[in-house]
Design a protein around this ligand. Structure first.
Ligand SMILES: [Zn+2]
Length: 86
């Protein structure tokens, strides 16, 4: 019984480490590929998606997306990345 708990603990730690690593994923500049980038802004945006006309009604899906802005400290290039909020 004890080794089951140990295995469960190891799996949990591995999952946590993978989650943290994913969150700290390094972003590099698309212009000069420098890793010296700074996150300058992060905002939640509403994205309305027209999923087409089905039958008589037009269905609208509203999606929340996270827009993150970055600035390169080497060449001052700024860009933003959007990711669906989950
Ligand atoms: Zn750059």
């Amino acid at each position: 019984m004890e080794f089951v708990i140990i295995i469960a603990a190891v799996v949990l730690v591995a999952a946590f480490v993978a989650y943290v690593r994913r969150g700290q994923e390094q972003v590099s500049c698309p212009q000069c590929s420098s890793p010296q980038v700074r996150q300058v802004d992060q905002q939640l945006k509403e994205l309305k998606q027209d999923s087409g006309t089905m039958g008589y009604s037009v269905k609208l899906d509203v999606k929340l997306i996270m827009e993150t802005s970055f600035r390169c400290q080497s060449c001052n290039h700024t860009w933003s990345v959007t990711a669906p909020e989950s």
